[in-house]
Design a protein around this ligand. Structure first.
Ligand SMILES: [Zn+2]
Length: 139
C-alpha cells in the first residue's frame, strides 16, 4: 500500500495531481512542477491559472524557463500572501532598506572624510613641531 502511494506520487507531477489527470512523458508542467513542488504549483494556479502559466513559460526561451518558473512562483507566493500589493510590498520594503543603508553609508563617508582631514592636520602639526624643535636644539 505504501509503495503504491509512493509510486503514484512519483509518477504524477503537481499539476496533474491537482487537476486529477494522467501524467505521462509528454506533460509539459512535469518538468517544472514535480510532485514535491505542489505548493508552488498551487500558488501559480491560483494567481495565473494553468493555461496562462503554460503560455507564459512557453513564451520564454527554453534555457531560461527554469528561472522564469522560479520568478512566477515567487510572484504567485507574494500575491497569495498579500493580495493587494503582491511583489510591490517586498519591493517597497527592500527599497526602504536600500535607502536606509545609503544614508548610513553617506554618514560613514562623511566621518571618514572628517577623520582623514584631522589626520592630515595632525601630521602637518607634527612636522611643524619636529622642525621647530630641531631649530631650537643647540649644537
Ligand atoms: Zn503532469
Amino acid at each position: 500500500m505504501k509503495g503504491t502511494t509512493a509510486a503514484n506520487t512519483a509518477s504524477s507531477c503537481a499539476a496533474c495531481k491537482y487537476l486529477r489527470r494522467r501524467c505521462d512523458q509528454s506533460c509539459f508542467l512535469a518538468h517544472y512542477f514535480p510532485a514535491s513542488k505542489s505548493q508552488d504549483y498551487l500558488s501559480c494556479h491560483r494567481v495565473f491559472g494553468t493555461y496562462n502559466l503554460v503560455k507564459m513559460i512557453k513564451s520564454v526561451q527554453e534555457h531560461e524557463r527554469h528561472e522564469a518558473v522560479a520568478t512566477l512562483v515567487l510572484e504567485a507566493r507574494m500575491r497569495v500572501s498579500n493580495p493587494v500589493h503582491g511583489c510591490l510590498m517586498m519591493q517597497r520594503v527592500l527599497q526602504a532598506q536600500i535607502d536606509e543603508h545609503l544614508e548610513e553609508l553617506d554618514a560613514v563617508k562623511k566621518k571618514v572624510f572628517l577623520f582623514e582631514s584631522l589626520h592630515s592636520q595632525i601630521e602637518l602639526l607634527d612636522d611643524q613641531l619636529i622642525n621647530t624643535s630641531l631649530a631650537v636644539v643647540p649644537e
